[in-house]
Design a protein around this ligand. Structure first.
Ligand code: BGC
Length: 767
């Protein structure tokens, strides 16, 4: 029986029941129609499958599984392939465990370093987030497991997460908060989308027709189903109409009844219900047709993958005097509880019950010269003098010290935000005191989001390990000792102080109202324009080798916005070790009539290079690389002019650049009125030509002419020529009548406006 046929013989009650779960993790079955209950489970860093006691906060145990590096870490890999492999591994796991939908990836933008759930998200940059999102989904769905990209949309805080209203202008949504979801749909072909708890511009995401239907389906072409975040449904009927198909978890039939009543009362078109049922069944049928419960789940192989990827993610932040890599066998003091009990994942719904966890000390087992001191406790922030003294003594006698530190679980989690960027005082003091007795100190950090580093100048090396998954200990060893050459790059800026962050003044909101006042200036887009001093910029990361770039080549230096620009650049490993470089391409708009960031990431490639080897890296840039979202036009828009294509070491450091002139091919719909001002007319070549053709009447209007004509009359006193010129530039057209000394009437002005607004000359390009 086809899905359509099944729907045609379902009762109204049966249809409504299919639009919510039967319990916490399963869809509703209808036995008489051969529709089984299917399981949905978290994601995104491994499988969190709960067998008996269910909850969405990671409270109760789930089955043993493999915990991969969290997204904060995988984003630092800048490695699409690594992320795809994790998706594939989780897909295999789901097949083996008969889970049809894996709830992830979580792709919200890191608006503030305070968001408690940043560890689960990729980046502050929409391009990076979008690229990795589609890789993950492709990997997962290649195994016929549906992804559920979450949390749609503008869910960048945990504070009041179920009631807050994200107030965001459309340009900011389109440029910053939507691209990862858009890529999930357009490129990743995600089969499900999870809507977020929060409201967006006054309407709950779960019942927002603009979000769930206009943008998601009509514009991006989404054809799967939308599932609510667990408990995100407020008005079930409105939600169904808006395009939220499946409510999770079960409302114990309460909301199903409301759907039935609404249809019976003629308040809800039954076709809307049929549509939702069809979408759900279509996605589930795809799983059923491709279910392979005999797929092997090789946990050992997945652990090895988790180790490889974790090492790929580590960011070498500092390496003064080439302290790292350490030599095996040298006397090393390994200090810090995290060296024995690593923090390797975040808390909440993504929490995995790892089948094994490797610590750095486990990984160093058997290596001579290694001694350990705990240094701090995790339950208290207070420095413990005895523990610190023990660590200091150990470090004093050792050739080098490695301190493994970071954030305790309680400092960042789903459900609440951080209130500061500090590490526990006991860890900061430990690092200072150890650094005072040993000049070869490396700090390894395990944390899900940026921290302040008051001790940075006193230590030689720092590795940002993020939350590296269950094999983090082995990966840390691999990087510390140079078995793996670090190649991670920061997927977010590390500010010096919380107060420097772009949304510091309004993050969290007033009551339930969270206004995204900084607009598109999120992360480096803000810091770089403001020239804010940072601990480390977006894209930062060192290597044990060196790279040099050859010439930057553009296949053209002028193009239309409908063309594709091909860019290539040579990169050479000039050091003596094999290594990987992340080639970062940014686009800068040299001049713009709207506020734009200094530069924006529009391409990246990770290349592996043997010593002395050179590779050519290729990029293709299309309209989106140059465009901004034009709210009145309701589309992407390229303003004609010069852009610069920049190859950067990070968002702050331009290595190579080349100009390209891009002509926008879309003419903006403008209507001039009597109140339109001179400067805007002069900026529009067609209008400027018409104005010029009027001759002496408007001779005084262009700034240059105005300056000339007025020079003689203007005394040195209160009114400067600059002021007069400015007054004319910003004068409305209606001033022509007054200034022309009777030469122009309002009737003439109406004719002029008709000419300016006529379509004559339509199709001419903007110069
Ligand atoms: C989280 C989701 C998660 C769901 C199910 C919610 O609290 O926000 O990310 O998938 O619970 O556990």
């Amino acid at each position: 029986m086809t899905i359509q046929e099944k729907i045609s013989i379902m009762t109204l009650e049966e249809k409504a029941s299919l639009c919510s779960g039967v319990d916490f993790w399963h869809s509703q079955p209808i036995e008489r129609l051969g529709i089984p209950a299917l399981m949905l489970s978290d994601g995104p860093h491994g499988l969190r499958k709960q067998d008996d006691k269910a909850d969405h906060l990671g409270v109760n145990e789930s089955i043993k599984a493999v915990c991969f590096p969290n997204s904060c870490a995988t984003a630092a890999s800048f490695d699409r392939d690594a992320v795809r492999q994790i998706g594939e591994a989780i897909g295999d796991t789901c097949q083996n465990q008969q889970v049809a939908v894996a709830l992830g990836p979580a792709v919200n933008i890191k608006r503030s370093p305070l968001c408690g759930r940043n560890f689960e998200y990729f980046s502050e940059d929409p391009f990076l987030a979008a690229q990795l999102t589609q890789s993950y989904i492709r990997g997962l769905q290649s195994r016929h497991i549906a992804a559920s990209v979450k949390h749609f949309a503008a869910n960048s805080q945990e504070h009041r997460r179920m009631s807050s209203d994200s107030v965001v202008d459309e340009r900011t949504l389109r440029e910053i908060y939507f691209p990862a979801f858009e890529a999930a749909v357009r490129e990743g072909k995600t089969k499900t989308v999870m809507c977020s708890y929060n409201k967006l511009n006054g309407t709950f995401a779960s019942q927002n027709p603009w979000l769930l239907t206009r943008v998601l389906r009509d514009e991006w072409g989404f054809d799967g189903y939308v599932v609510s975040d667990w408990g995100a449904t407020s008005d079930r009927v409105k939600a169904l109409e808006a395009g939220m198909d499946l409510e999770m978890p079960s409302s114990a039939g309460e909301n199903d009844k409301k759907i039935v009543e609404a249809v019976r009362a003629g308040l809800l078109d039954e076709a809307v219900l049929d549509r939702a049922v069809e979408r759900i069944l279509r996605v589930h049928e795809d799983y059923l047709e491709n279910a392979r419960p005999d797929t092997p789940w090789d946990m050992e192989a997945q652990h090895a993958l988790a180790r490889r990827v974790a090492a790929e993610c580590m960011v070498l932040l500092k390496n003064e005097g080439g302290l790292l890599p350490l030599a095996e066998g040298e006397d090393i003091a390994v200090i810090g509880l995290f060296a024995k009990k690593p923090r390797y994942q975040g808390g909440g719904s993504s929490h995995i019950n790892s089948f094994r966890v490797s610590s750095l000390m486990d990984a160093l087992d058997g290596l001579g010269g290694v001694r350990y001191a705990q240094g701090y406790d995790i339950d208290s922030e207070e420095p413990d003098e005895a523990m610190i003294s023990e660590a200091v003594e150990l470090a004093r006698r050792a050739r080098s010290a490695v301190i493994v530190a970071g954030l305790p679980d309680s400092f960042e989690s789903e459900g609440y935000d951080r209130s500061h960027l500090r590490m526990p005082a006991c860890q900061n003091e430990l690092i200072e005191r150890v650094a005072a007795v040993n000049s070869r100190v490396t700090v390894v950090l395990y944390n899900g989001s940026p921290v302040e580093m008051p001790w940075l100048d006193r230590v030689s090396a720092v590795i940002e390990g993020y939350l590296g998954g269950q094999a983090v200990g082995e990966a840390t060893r691999d990087v510390l000792f140079g078995l793996v050459n670090p190649s991670g790059r920061l997927p977010e800026s590390f500010p010096m102080r919380l107060e420097d962050s772009s949304c510091f003044l309004s993050y969290g909101g007033e009551g339930n109202r969270a206004e995204y006042r900084e607009g598109v200036f999120v992360g480096y887009r803000y810091y770089d324009k403001k020239k804010t001093q940072l601990l480390f910029p977006f894209g930062w990361g060192l290597s044990y080798t060196r790279f040099a770039y050859g010439a930057l080549r553009l296949d053209k230096n002028s193009m239309k916005d409908t063309d594709t620009l091909r860019v290539s650049v040579d990169v050479t490993n000039t050091g003596s070790r094999a290594g990987k470089e992340v080639v970062q391409l940014y686009v800068a708009d040299c001049e713009s009539s709207v506020f734009r960031p200094l530069r924006e990431l529009k391409g990246f490639e990770k290349v592996s290079l043997a010593p002395g080897e050179t590779k050519t890296v290729h990029f293709e840039l299309d309209k989106r690389a140059f465009a901004y979202w034009h709210s009145e036009l309701g589309d992407w828009y390229v303003e004609s002019g010069e852009f610069r294509v920049q190859i950067c070491a990070n968002s702050r450091e331009v290595l190579l650049e080349a100009p390209v002139r891009v002509e926008g091919t879309v003419r903006l719909p403008v209507t001039y009125t009597m109140d339109s001002i001179v400067v805007d007319l002069m900026a529009d070549p067609r209008a400027a030509r018409i104005m010029a053709s009027l001759g002496p009447l408007t001779g005084a209007l262009p700034p240059a002419a105005a300056d000339e004509g007025l020079q003689s009359e203007v005394s040195t006193a209160a009114i400067s020529p600059e002021m007069m010129a400015a007054m004319l530039r910003y004068s409305p057209l209606r001033s022509l009548v007054a200034f022309s000394g009777g030469a122009m009437s309002f009737e003439d002005l109406e004719k002029l406006l008709a000419l300016l607004n006529s379509d004559a000359g339509e199709g001419e390009e903007k110069a």
